[in-house]
Design a protein around this ligand. Structure first.
Ligand SMILES: [Zn+2]
Length: 462
């Protein structure tokens, strides 16, 4: 394996900002030194003067090839991980799905088969539990032993992924026994389904009604219930894609009590709003996801939560469906629009824009996008930081480059951009994954199969 040196950059981690040269050997960071102080011999030298050197992004919430509503997410592991690399993300944690009536094992095997040999960057899995029963509960410890240390349950989507409170309590108890982290989609699905039915009966079929029926109060209520169930189970809890200010308030209150309760939000809730869902024609379908986009005035609360550590992680919930042929399924009935947005490529850039805009510090950017997700899901310090011994998943980032996000230039396998025409300051210049150059100045050098499966240890915040 070649030796690589990155010289003269500002190395930014969650903990420090230091001007340093970085030496990479055998796929790992082996040393940092004062710029120019060491005469390291290396086959490859990257000059990062005037640039940042940051850890590769860790996106802890993606859905490649996810079946939903009679179709499947349009990015495969091959196209989705390539797009992630273009955006400076070098690790994804995707959700393996248990089909109702089938064992967890079958779902996990299925996901391994989809990802194996196809990923451009490293990957790991959470397990979606759609069918909590005695057999499923007995499978959980085995999965933890294989490095699948987090289980996701749904309070939404009755008849598909939904678990009732008793099932959630049982799964939380078992997860706690095995050291696993329970992830929850916190929305009151049965109540939402009533409002969907009533809206459709009134002839309210446009995409914007998706946002209206999935009331913020029903996210807050479910978040509150999830927290109380976790307390009763003695289990830690991670709430995915928090979008409503009222739900965030529930998390903040739990954390003020010292409970092991964590929360994630996503760029779409920080940069998009119900204004997008209300775009004329059927355009709003491009922004249909659950939890839904909220009115713009929720954004300030989410930014504040990210600063105060009431929210710890920003993931994408990348789950792309093409506008033509997939989102189309819901013309005339918003409840049939596949839920999900493309985003895996833009998370690092959008959060850097938040640094430019003054919402976050540089170190907090790296903490939310790299270090905290790595710690949350048992991948630290291999991933999420730049330190001797950590994987050489490194990004040279140009903080001054200006780019315009567009479907015409992105690399995700989807026919629209949720951020079409948005200009951001900052761009990925070079990406290394375990020391191999995946991307350099606009040239893609990665390959399917470079990425390997990462067995994870348990949550490192507990
Ligand atoms: Zn999701």
């Amino acid at each position: 394996m070649a030796r690589t040196v990155i010289t003269g950059g500002l190395v930014v981690t969650a903990a420090e900002e230091t001007h340093a040269d970085v030496l990479v050997e055998d796929g790992r960071v082996v040393a940092l030194a004062l710029p120019g102080s060491q005469r390291w011999h290396a086959e490859r030298v990257f000059d990062a003067s005037g640039k940042y050197v940051v850890p590769g992004g860790v996106d802890a919430h993606t859905h490649m090839e996810m079946p939903f509503g009679g179709t499947r997410a349009s990015d495969t592991f091959e196209t989705g991980t390539r797009a992630a690399a273009w955006g400076g993300t070098t690790t994804i944690v995707d959700f393996a799905v248990q089909t109702k009536g089938a064992p967890l094992r079958a779902g996990l095997d299925d996901w391994h088969a989809k990802a194996d040999g196809r990923c451009a960057i490293d990957y790991a899995f959470h397990m979606i539990v759609s069918d909590v029963n005695a057999a499923t509960l007995d499978e959980m410890p085995g999965l933890v032993g294989e490095g699948v240390t987090s289980f996701k349950l749904f309070m939404a989507y009755p008849g598909v992924f939904y678990s009732d409170d008793g099932q959630i309590l049982r799964a939380m108890q078992r997860a706690a026994d095995t050291g696993a982290l329970t992830m929850l989609h916190a929305e009151n699905g049965p109540a939402i389904d009533v409002l969907v039915e009533q809206a459709l009966a009134r002839g309210e079929t446009d995409p914007r009604h998706h946002g209206e029926v999935r009331r913020a109060l029903l996210e807050a209520e479910a978040t509150h219930r999830a927290i109380q169930l976790a307390r009763v189970a003695g289990a830690p809890l991670y709430v995915v894609h928090v979008s409503a200010r009222e739900a965030l308030a529930e998390l903040a209150a739990a954390r003020d009590l010292g409970l092991p309760v964590f929360g994630e939000t996503c760029p779409q809730y920080l940069f998009l709003s119900t204004d997008n869902l209300a775009e004329p024609g059927f355009e709003g379908a491009k922004y249909v996801c659950s939890t839904p986009l909220r009115p713009r005035d929720h954004q300030a609360a989410l930014w504040r939560g990210l600063r105060t550590d009431d929210l710890q992680v920003v993931s994408t919930d990348h789950c792309p469906f093409c506008f033509k042929g997939q989102k189309d399924l819901g013309r005339g009935d918003f409840s049939k629009i596949p839920n999900g947005l493309p985003g895996v490529e833009h998370r690092m850039d959008l959060l850097h824009q938040a640094v430019v805009d003054g919402h976050l510090t540089r170190r907090r950017w790296i903490e939310l996008a790299c270090a905290a997700p790595a710690r949350m899901f048992g991948l630290h310090p291999r991933k999420g930081t730049i330190a001797p011994g950590s994987d050489a998943d490194l990004v040279i980032y140009d903080p001054h480059a200006v780019q315009t996000l567009s479907a015409a230039t992105h690399h995700m396998n989807v026919d629209y951009s949720a951020y079409e025409g948005r200009t951001v300051t900052g761009r990925v210049e070079t990406v290394l994954s375990r020391g191999e150059v995946v991307l350099d100045r606009g040239q893609y050098l990665g390959r399917p199969g470079h990425g390997t499966f990462l067995p994870r240890s348990t949550c490192q915040y507990l």
